[in-house]
Ligand binder design. Structure first.
Ligand SMILES: C[S@@+](CC[C@H](N)C(=O)[O-])C[C@H]1O[C@@H](n2cnc3c(N)ncnc32)[C@H](O)[C@@H]1O
Length: 372
């Protein structure tokens, strides 16, 4: 609520990890899109914040602008295009601070002269919905790529907004929310808002779930919601700190390359003390340290669970690699070593009858052992 909290506020460990991830992803997205679309692209935030935290660390709008202005390889290619940055926040105090923070990032070019270099910035006070869509229309952002960062403190955004972004060419969405907010949905105290977020009333079946399963059930339902909105590729996971507090992050893209890049970004982030990732689908809900080669016990469980629901409980390994990429927080490249371990330990069988993992390739088929 505007006015109740101080501005700026303290960055918690999740925020630091989230920013490191944004920075890694934007440093990939920005050059690809600037080069691929003649710099005719938009970065938009519906919940922008003030651009700075109490310790002076930058907020997401500043991180985004820096990935363009601090990269000479792409900055110089923008002039004839027009990279748009759109920032909306409901709290006027954030809107008052943000230009000053962006101006520091734009130095030595004054903020109001950035447009002469092909960078258009719009900063406005208002509710993300409907304000964000209106500004995107005004600045002619539709019909060309938009990366929309919708960093809500709680309640997500409407299905309709996500759907509109998904229908726009080469566009992507990053939505963050607190899983506790889903518990509020679970308590069914805000049915109309829940219907808007999920786009229909099917989510209300949460009342039939056992109480310990409600939150995870809703997180998974939300993933399906983002897919139903038009994003075939979704990466969703929780950032969890040592106190067990978590932030749920959902990334939707229409292109598998976007998913691959976001996953690379996810595991390139430097370790942030006390924060790890959790896959909402992992039955054991294990928190993974952020490291280049993540610990794979949850991937083993996810592959075994996945095989359990496949016809004949079997799959070629190349399909399990795709499963890891599209349906888990793990990298495609990690599936093979997990399958090898599962074969060696007898938890998976090779269809060719070999008992060891020697000579195993992506083409081989593996299955769950036949239960006697
Ligand atoms: C999580 S903070 C944003 C943090 C920022 N994206 C960052 O990472 O630096 C959420 C922001 O949303 C704003 N906000 C809350 N409700 C809003 C609404 N309905 N529409 C637009 N902004 C809203 C708050 O004022 C707050 O600045």
């Amino acid at each position: 609520m505007p006015g109740q909290n101080p501005v700026p506020w303290k960055a918690d460990p999740h925020t630091k990890a989230k920013h490191a991830l944004y920075e890694r992803y934007l440093s990939k997205w920005m050059p690809i899109m600037v080069k691929g679309w003649g710099a005719n692209i938009t970065y938009a935030e519906g919940f922008a914040g003030p651009g700075v935290y109490l310790d002076g660390s930058p907020g997401s709008p500043v991180i985004a602008l820096r990935t363009l202005v601090e990269n000479p390889n792409i900055r110089t290619k923008v002039k004839n295009g027009g990279v748009r940055f759109v920032f909306v926040d409901l709290d006027q105090r954030c809107i008052d601070m943000l230009p000053g923070e962006l101006a520091k990032a734009a130095q030595p070019v004054p903020l109001d002269k950035l447009s002469q270099h092909g960078v258009q910035i719009a900063i406005e006070n208002g509710e993300c919905e409907p304000q964000l869509e209106r500004i995107l229309t005004r600045v002619k952002a539709w019909d060309r790529p938009i990366l929309a960062v919708l960093d809500t403190w709680g309640g997500a955004v409407s299905f309709e907004l996500v759907k509109r972004i998904a229908g726009n060419p080469s566009s992507e969405v990053i939505i963050t929310m607190q899983p506790q907010y889903f518990s509020r949905f679970a308590a069914v105290d805000d049915i109309t808002h829940g219907d808007r977020v999920f786009g229909a009333s099917g989510w209300r079946a949460v009342v039939q779930q056992p109480s310990e399963a409600k939150e995870r059930w809703l997180l998974q339902r939300y993933r399906q919601t983002i897919q139903a909105a038009g994003f075939p590729f979704v990466l969703d996971f929780e950032l969890v700190d040592t106190r067990g507090q978590s932030l749920f992050l959902v990334f939707g893209t229409t292109h598998p390359k976007g998913l691959t890049k976001m996953k690379e970004a996810m595991w390139e982030v430097d370790d942030i003390a006390g924060v790890g990732y959790r896959d909402p689908r992992d039955p054991s809900q294990e928190t993974l340290a952020i490291e280049l080669e993540p610990h794979t016990a949850p991937l083993k469980r996810l592959i075994l669970d996945h095989l359990n629901i496949l016809p004949g409980h079997r799959s070629p390994i190349h399909e399990l690699r795709k499963f890891a990429l599209y349906n888990t927080v793990f990298k495609e490249s990690q599936a093979m070593s997990v399958v090898r371990d599962l074969v060696s330990s007898g938890l998976l069988m090779r269809a060719d009858g070999e008992a060891t993992d020697t000579g195993l390739s992506f083409q081989h088929v593996v299955s769950l052992p036949i239960r006697q």
